[in-house]
Ligand binder design. Structure first.
Ligand code: ADP
Ligand code: MG
Length: 331
């Protein structure tokens, strides 16, 4: 990951407080205990299948296993794929092959590591043909690769794939554990909070810790974690914050604008399209010097997003363009 993205993702409390070892994983006790036993004998590790609702620690647990099994260089020997991004099994096959080839090059000594790990997230988004092909890939690469397959719905995973893995069903977190965790985060961040508001966050997310931490961070960003701020950040339109991003960009403060934009899309969950929509409304209210050029820029980036270009890169480019527009206005 480029440094700038690493720094940006560290702004997000969900990332900052993501457990690094199995010991830190909250709840999921039986799963964690069973996995601890399994990783004690690395050479006999089976393929794993994690199923369960969002935000309860599936990806986190998979990453902990990779880190604990593969040691310092775990990043190099772990491949994280998202089945829903990289449409089609062809992609998976190519990436797996590529990865295998690189592995051969860099680990001259084959015995150095027991194997590499491939984490395949959102596998239930794959068609059953793709899953059948995946099953074959798993079989062909079994000598050197362990798969950790992750899904929300076990019922969407074909039986032959299930039967090649040890299945773990993750459950929603218990209220008191989740609330306690939110409290710990508040204390570490020095954020003010009402006890009541924390349990309100649990009720709003029904045990999805990712969503809970995002609401917590958004509320804390409004001053303190109160009942009113929790409600506001749940339904946050983000409109005024979008205005701030635009103002920063026009003032030529690209990095500040980009950090705020990243917060909006990743912490508050604002979609890129909504960002453009609000930006348009805000700019109208701002009475810009070059409204026509602004409108042309908006239209161009709206088109690029609709055409499927990478949203984060496109919006960053838009901010850079706005910087140029802003400096023209002030000349
Ligand atoms: N069981 C858990 N213990 C500790 N933190 C968790 C747990 N589940 C979720 N989180 C928090 O929520 C974030 C998202 O969790 P993740 O493991 O990606 O969820 P998912 O089950 O959707 O894969 C993590 O970065 C972490 O901050
Ligand atoms: Mg996940």
């Amino acid at each position: 990951m480029p440094t700038i993205n690493k720094n940006l993702s560290n702004l997000m409390w969900v990332e900052r407080y993501r457990p690094l070892t199995l010991n830190e994983v909250i709840d999921q006790k039986e799963i964690v205990n069973a996995l601890r036993q399994l990783i004690n004998i690395p050479n006999e590790l089976p393929h794993l299948l994690f199923a369960g609702p969002p935000g309860v620690g599936k990806t986190t647990t998979a990453l902990c296993i990779a880190r604990q099994l593969l040691g310092e260089e775990w990043r190099r020997d772990t491949l994280e794929l998202n089945a829903s991004d990289e449409r089609g099994i062809k992609m998976v096959r190519e990436r797996v092959k590529e990865f295998a080839a690189v592995m051969k090059l860099i680990t001259g000594n084959r015995d150095e590591k027991p194997f590499r790990i491939i984490i395949l997230d959102e596998a239930d988004e794959m068609t059953s043909e793709a899953q059948t092909a995946l099953r074959r890939i798993i079989e062909d690469s079994s000598r050197t690769t362990r798969f950790i397959i992750i899904c929300n719905y076990l019922s969407q995973i074909i039986e032959p794939l299930q039967s090649r893995c040890v299945v773990f069903r993750f459950t929603r977190l218990a209220k008191e554990d989740l609330v306690r965790h939110l409290k710990t985060i508040c204390e570490k961040e020095g954020a003010k909070f009402e006890e009541k508001a924390l349990s309100q966050i649990y009720d709003a997310t029904s045990g999805d810790l990712r969503h809970s931490i995002n609401i917590l961070q958004a509320s804390a960003g409004m001053g303190s974690v109160t009942h009113a701020n929790v409600i506001a950040s749940r339904g946050l339109s983000g409109k005024s914050r979008v205005g701030e991003v635009i103002r920063l960009a026009l003032a030529g403060r690209f990095t500040d604008a980009r950090v705020k934009l990243f917060e909006l899309t990743n912490v508050y969950g604002l979609s890129e399209n909504d960002f453009l929509k609000y930006a348009n409304q805000e700019a109208y209210d701002m009475k810009l010097d070059h409204p026509d050029e602004f409108a042309a820029l908006m239209a161009e980036y709206d088109y690029r997003l609709a055409a499927g270009a990478h949203p984060e890169i496109q919006l960053a480019a838009l901010l850079a363009q706005l910087g140029k527009l802003g400096s023209k206005a002030s000349n």
